[in-house]
Design a binder for this molecule. Structure first.
Ligand SMILES: *[C@@H]1O[C@H](CO)[C@@H](O)[C@H](O)[C@H]1NC(C)=O
Ligand SMILES: *[C@@H]1O[C@H](CO)[C@@H](O)[C@H](O)[C@H]1NC(C)=O
Ligand SMILES: *[C@@H]1O[C@H](CO)[C@@H](O)[C@H](O)[C@H]1NC(C)=O
Ligand SMILES: *[C@@H]1O[C@H](CO)[C@@H](O)[C@H](O)[C@H]1NC(C)=O
Ligand SMILES: *[C@@H]1O[C@H](CO)[C@@H](O)[C@H](O)[C@H]1NC(C)=O
Ligand SMILES: *[C@@H]1O[C@H](CO)[C@@H](O)[C@H](O)[C@H]1NC(C)=O
Ligand SMILES: *[C@@H]1O[C@H](CO)[C@@H](O)[C@H](O)[C@H]1NC(C)=O
Ligand SMILES: *[C@@H]1O[C@H](CO)[C@@H](O)[C@H](O)[C@H]1NC(C)=O
Ligand SMILES: *[C@@H]1O[C@H](CO)[C@@H](O)[C@H](O)[C@H]1NC(C)=O
Ligand SMILES: *[C@@H]1O[C@H](CO)[C@@H](O)[C@H](O)[C@H]1NC(C)=O
Ligand SMILES: *[C@@H]1O[C@H](CO)[C@@H](O)[C@H](O)[C@H]1NC(C)=O
Ligand SMILES: *[C@@H]1O[C@H](CO)[C@@H](O)[C@H](O)[C@H]1NC(C)=O
Length: 844
């Protein structure tokens, strides 16, 4: 027995020893660090643990309160307890040099291996150039948490940045989120906390590259499906570093919608600048500034970014810039989904843009619908522009049921005449292609851009439509389903030739200018009146007037007219004519809607010229310093010509007048009376009598006010200064002067046999008092002959719009911008808000 005892004891001892070796945590460990690794491992007691009492760290007989293992060292040790993780922690610090080419653009390893299972903190101190940012890419995307918050698996990443001896906390993150990359400028302090039982054997991130970001940091967040992310400004909940810039980039598939909600923010006290919030939203190349107070963008259809810019804070009371926000990414809710094909194969030189009305407006208010327009499943955005020649399938997704209120269509077509001999005398229909009107998206506007060479002018005819001019201040507004705005596009000042709509008396407009004609629709009614469109374009030989309107009022009607460029006034020296026909057996009463031309000239005189197209007619020339007649009665077709001088500063020439057609003379009085009041009628009759009397006497006016019928070249007074002496003694001269035919045209009489288009001195625009044609362009017969000579026989055959391309093959150069008629970036045709609004109001 005795012999067995020591044996048994030995066995026991052996067992015990074996147990001691195999017991987890109680074994011996070796930490070996190569010098090239340039890292240190610190073994230290955890916070508020009594490691030295319950679990000593020893090598042989030497025990340590803590121990730092340096590069090149090997440290053999063991813990004198069975659960050292309760008492000890590890801190691994590694230095990485990214200022040189040695920067390891690779996965960051969890070095050294074979560490005891203790709570571990790895710190990578990545030195980098101040100017560059390191791009950290995460294998498992991260979810930002407030500093101090714990993660479900106790694995916490902290990203800091160090510059100028101060450290900024970019953020604390858990695994399982959307943050895929973080770009940090300057030195990066990256921390990874692992619990003692973590199986993680890689750091989970790599230093991907160096980048120039010119800001504190960029946080990139990727959303693959419905999810949300909460994000914070750097240093949250403390203040964002002064005057810094930080950006969040959100990668969102176009099939999803992102919304931004601010959860908590404070603004600092700024000494200079204001903290800014700037978004780049899909489809907009320009940033949009959002206010802190209002809602942030919602239903963003695709990737976007948000930047936060701090300010120079007040030293005495800096406050703090803090931002805590949430990005919600969800599938579109209640979206209407429409697909259709846009076939533009038979069109040429045309653009069609579909745009989402709401996002474009840059409106910052919440809950606005947003539509997404996709030309394939991949290319979606708030707008899509299609060019003619192709057929494209379009899908529109809207968060609102009523698609037509959020998606609109604008189209633009170029019609260019390059060679006058080819295009003169040909007619083109300006109508909206039927293929566009069949689409489920309403047409907002259709713009024709018309260009012609110098020797060719533009003539618009609306024989069926008969246009009326939109004159809002006379309550004479367009109220149909569409209107045409005509704008000059020649470089220089904006030039509006007016807004017109069907149902008036204007049959023809000739313009010596390149123009855009913008058909603007008012609501869905447009498509039912589509067949009314019969605007015809011809390129005609150049004329001398800037603009001629041919007006054919119906019997017993009243026509309102105004000079072009009403708001800004007729441009200097511009010369506009109205050729007004008076129906048979009717009388026309011309009434000016103000008693003076209302312009003060810096140079020359502005004139109104009224010329009845009959022999021995009353011809009236009025200068801008004279009173206008209230009314003038016309029994024959007549011309009104208004020509401007060079107005003095802050002076404009804008005139309005009406033509009232009455069956008999007495009717005129009645209609006029209704409009202008009895007093005006009496004056009118009085004047008419006056006028006739004067004429009958054939008396030479004492102060014949021979208005210089201005050409647009020279409005200087003629040499005969005396002629312009103001005849104040003549108490009738202030009303208006009747100019005797022989006086005015005396010097022309011998010239009546001249060719119609010849220069005729200061009265050049008129060939003679009886002319019923605008004098400048040669008669149709003569230019037809000319074009016959130089062109093919087809030249006089009216052609449809499609044939234009025989001469418009050359690519249209971008029109030199005068700023007024370009289609703005968002495709909305730049139309004066005033005109637009008024038009819209009048529709209601
Ligand atoms: C190792 O890291 C220290 C800072 O911890 C640094 O000063 C030193 O240059 C580094 N050495 C190498 C070889 O990277
Ligand atoms: C290790 O981490 C866990 C969880 O974070 C914590 O409860 C424990 O106290 C830590 N151990 C030490 C020694 O600090
Ligand atoms: C640590 O232990 C290993 C064997 O496990 C031995 O080879 C090495 O020399 C020891 N190192 C020191 C510094 O004691
Ligand atoms: C990650 O997210 C999924 C789903 O939300 C969840 O089931 C899982 O537990 C999360 N894991 C961690 C480590 O948070
Ligand atoms: C990490 O652990 C996994 C298994 O958990 C293993 O497949 C992988 O090779 C390990 N990686 C490294 C770098 O040790
Ligand atoms: C915003 O943050 C402040 C400071 O941390 C806190 O007092 C306040 O309750 C927070 N407000 C909300 C709505 O979270
Ligand atoms: C459009 O709606 C149909 C069914 O209503 C659906 O199958 C289709 O995926 C939707 N298309 C898109 C692009 O959302
Ligand atoms: C169509 O759009 C493109 C680009 O937006 C532009 O360059 C081109 O001039 C447009 N064409 C017409 C006919 O407006
Ligand atoms: C076009 O002409 C209309 C009417 O004359 C005017 O209201 C509008 O402002 C003009 N548009 C542009 C872009 O100049
Ligand atoms: C119209 O534009 C063309 C081409 O830009 C130019 O040559 C021509 O002179 C313009 N017409 C007028 C009347 O200014
Ligand atoms: C108007 O548009 C609708 C589609 O929005 C179409 O069904 C209808 O036929 C169109 N009407 C006319 C007269 O073109
Ligand atoms: C369409 O989107 C582009 C960028 O994608 C933008 O530049 C343009 O202004 C937008 N146009 C319209 C009509 O919204």
């Amino acid at each position: 027995m005795a012999a067995h005892r020591p044996l048994a004891l030995l066995l026991l001892l052996r067992l015990a020893l074996a147990a001691a070796v195999t017991l987890p945590g109680a074994g011996a460990f070796t930490i070996s660090i190569r010098s090239v690794d340039n890292l240190t491992v610190l073994i230290k007691p955890g916070p508020s643990t009594q490691a030295e009492k319950f679990c000593r760290l020893c090598t042989g007989r030497d025990c340590f309160s803590e121990r730092k293992v340096r590069p090149g060292e090997q440290f053999n040790f063991s813990f004198e307890c069975q659960a050292p993780e309760k008492y000890w922690v590890l801190l691994v610090e590694k230095y990485i040099d990214c200022t040189s080419r040695l920067c390891p653009f690779a996965d960051v390893l969890l070095q050294p291996s074979g560490l005891p299972n203790l709570n571990r903190t790895f710190i990578w101190d990545v030195k980098a150039d101040r100017k560059h940012a390191l791009v950290l890419k995460f294998a498992t995307w991260l979810r930002q948490v407030e500093p101090g918050d714990t993660c479900q698996d106790q694995v916490v990443y902290k990203i800091g940045s160090r510059f100028d001896a101060s450290t900024v906390n970019i953020g604390s993150f858990c695994k399982n989120g959307s943050v895929s990359r973080v770009k940090v400028q300057g030195e990066v302090i990256m921390t990874l906390q692992l619990p003692w039982d973590s199986k993680l054997n890689t750091s989970g991130f790599k230093i991907e590259s160096r980048d120039s970001i010119k800001r504190l940091c960029i946080i990139e967040s990727v959303f693959l499906s419905e999810s949300s992310a909460t994000l914070m400004s750097a240093n949250f909940p403390l203040g964002f570093p002064e005057d810094e810039l930080m950006t969040w980039q959100f990668v969102v598939p176009h099939t999803l919608r992102a919304s931004v909600f601010f959860l908590n923010h404070t603004k600092p006290n700024c000494e200079r600048k204001e903290p800014r919030l700037e978004y780049f939203l899909p489809g907009n190349n320009n940033p949009e500034i959002y206010s802190w107070k209002g809602g942030q963008p919602i239903n963003i259809p695709g990737s976007f970014s948000l930047s936060l810019q701090g300010c120079d804070q007040d030293d005495t009371d800096p406050g703090a810039l803090r931002l805590l926000f949430k990005v919600d990414v969800h599938y579109p809710k209640n979206e209407e989904n429409i697909s259709f094909t846009v076939d533009l194969r038979s069109e040429k030189d045309m653009n069609v843009t579909f745009y989402s009305d709401v996002l474009q407006s840059g409106s910052h208010s919440q809950n606005k619908p947003t539509c997404l327009i996709c030309r394939s499943t991949r290319h979606c955005g708030p707008n899509v522009t299609l060019s003619s020649g192709g057929s494209t399938s379009i899908t529109i997704l809207c968060t609102q049921k009523d698609l037509s209120s959020c998606v609109k269509m604008v189209a633009e077509k170029s019609l260019a005449c390059w060679k006058s001999r080819v295009c003169q005398n040909r007619q083109f229909l300006l109508f909206v292609p039927k293929s566009l009107l069949r689409l489920p998206v309403p047409l907002d506007s259709f713009v024709w851009k018309l260009t012609a060479p110098e020797d060719t002018n533009i003539e618009l005819r609306a024989p069926g439509l008969k246009l009326q001019q939109h004159i809002p201040n006379q309550q004479h507004k367009c109220s149909g389903s569409y209107s045409y705005a005509i704008n000059g596009t020649n470089p220089g000042k904006t030039l509006g030739f007016g807004i017109y709509c069907p149902g008036g008396a204007i049959e023809k407009i000739q313009i010596r200018n390149n123009v855009t004609i913008s058909l603007k629709t008012f609501g869905l009614r447009f498509n039912s009146t589509y067949w009314d469109q019969d605007l015809k374009l011809s390129f005609v030989p150049a004329m001398k007037e800037d603009c001629i309107f041919t007006v054919s009022p119906a019997p017993k009607s009243k026509v309102y007219l105004e000079t072009p460029n009403w708001v800004d006034g007729l441009p200097s020296h511009m010369n506009v004519c109205w050729n007004i026909s008076v129906p048979r057996k009717s009388t026309a009463q011309l009434q000016f809607l103000s008693d003076r031309m209302g312009v003060i000239c810096e140079e020359g005189w502005a004139n109104v010229y009224v010329n009845e197209q009959t022999p021995n007619a009353d011809n009236i020339v009025l200068r801008n310093d004279q009173l206008l007649p209230r009314t003038l009665d016309m029994r024959h077709n007549f011309w009104i010509n208004i020509s401007n001088c060079k107005p003095a500063r802050n002076n404009i020439l804008s005139m309005q007048f009406t033509v009232t057609i009455a069956g008999k003379k007495s009717d005129v009085a009645i209609i006029a009376g209704g409009v202008a009041g009895v007093l005006a009628v009496l004056t009118a009759i009085g004047l008419a009598v006056c006028c006739i009397k004067k004429k009958k006497k054939k008396e030479t006016p004492q102060a014949p006010v021979v208005g210089v019928y201005n050409t647009n070249v020279n409005t200087q007074l003629p040499a005969k200064q005396g002629v312009f002496k103001k005849g104040r003694k003549n108490n009738e001269s202030h009303v208006y002067a009747v100019i005797d035919d022989t006086m005015v045209y005396g010097h022309l009489l011998d010239n009546l046999s001249r060719p119609a288009n010849a220069e005729v001195g200061v009265y050049r625009p008129f060939t003679g008092p009886v002319s019923s044609r605008p004098p400048s362009p040669p008669p149709v017969s003569s230019f037809r002959k000319m074009s016959k000579l130089s062109s093919t026989e087809e030249s006089s055959i009216p052609v449809t719009d499609n044939e234009i391309y025989t001469f418009a093959q050359r690519a249209l150069e971008p029109l030199k911008s005068n700023g007024d008629t370009r289609v703005s970036d968002n495709g909305e045709v730049g139309m004066s808000l005033l005109g637009k609004k008024e038009l819209e109001n009048s529709v209601e």
